[in-house]
Design a protein around this ligand. Structure first.
Ligand code: PGA
Length: 256
């Protein structure tokens, strides 16, 4: 079994003081689970450095929700992977909100992936079909396109630094999570694609499920063999909910 990973994507929530206070609480309640799983929080970039400091010396890691494909230069408003290198552990790339609201293309995401690896960041690459694509039966085609484009030119030796988050867009923030069976099947085809592209080292890549993960569905999702953890949005903003999801992953390890 791959070591599970639970990542909390805070999106554009919390003021800086609120975020710091929340991170301190998480530090106390989540630390006991960190021997069985990786736990990551993805705060807004404004507070990322402060939160990394609050969590220093504790096994909870931090990640950025977005960064440029360039290391530096005249790119007003952007932060670069080079700025994150050495203290920030993860970079989330390809979230559907970045794709849809900020027009990020597959080609841009490939450049971001290369830039992240160039700066030794671990990557959580989010992929998934929209409701329309789902209804048209195009899920497999979309996943194949997104993965192939993002991984273009990426060397297999990077596999251990890569995590895929399968997030059907119709499940994000809707309260309508995919069924564990549906998610498991999609993720098994993602596993097959990763093997085609990266060979045997693809076995090290974790595949997370994301989209309306809650304490109520986390345990059944996590019991599925292809589901190595979760990318959590709304429920990661509430300490009790996020803790229950982290606990569900720890229990899945125990019962495996
Ligand atoms: P949600 O968001 O858990 O609120 O559905 C998931 C995500 O956007 O990664």
């Amino acid at each position: 079994m791959r070591r599970p990973l639970i990542a909390g994507n805070w999106k554009m929530h919390f003021t800086v003081p609120e975020g710091l206070e929340y991170a301190l609480h998480l530090r106390h309640v989540l630390e006991p689970f960190a021997d069985r799983e990786d736990i990551v929080v993805l705060p807004p970039s404004l507070m990322l450095w402060e939160i990394a400091n609050v969590l220093r010396g504790c096994p909870i890691e931090v990640g950025a929700q977005n960064a440029s494909w360039e290391d530096q230069g005249p790119f007003t408003g952007e932060i670069s992977p080079k700025m994150l290198a050495g203290w920030c552990h993860y970079l989330l790339i390809g979230h559907s909100e970045r794709r849809q609201l900020f027009n990020e293309t597959d080609e841009m995401l490939n450049r971001k992936l290369q830039a992240a690896f160039r700066n030794n960041l671990k990557v959580i690459l989010a992929i998934g079909e929209t409701l329309e694509e789902h209804d048209l039966g195009r899920t497999q085609e979309v996943i194949t396109r997104q993965l192939s484009a993002a991984l273009y030119g990426i060397e297999a030796r990077r596999a251990a630094d890569l995590t895929i988050a399968y997030e059907p867009v119709w499940a994000i923030g809707t309260g309508r999570a995919a069924t564990p069976e549906y998610a498991n099947e999609a993720m098994s085809s993602i596993r097959g694609l990763l093997q085609q592209k990266l060979g045997p080292l693809a076995g090290e890549i974790r595949i997370l499920y994301g989209g309306s993960v809650t304490p109520a569905n986390a345990a059944t999702l996590m019991q599925k063999p292809e589901i190595d953890g979760a990318l959590v949005g709304g429920a990661s903003l509430k300490q009790a909910d996020f803790t229950e999801i982290v606990r569900a992953a720890a229990e899945a390890v125990r019962s495996a």
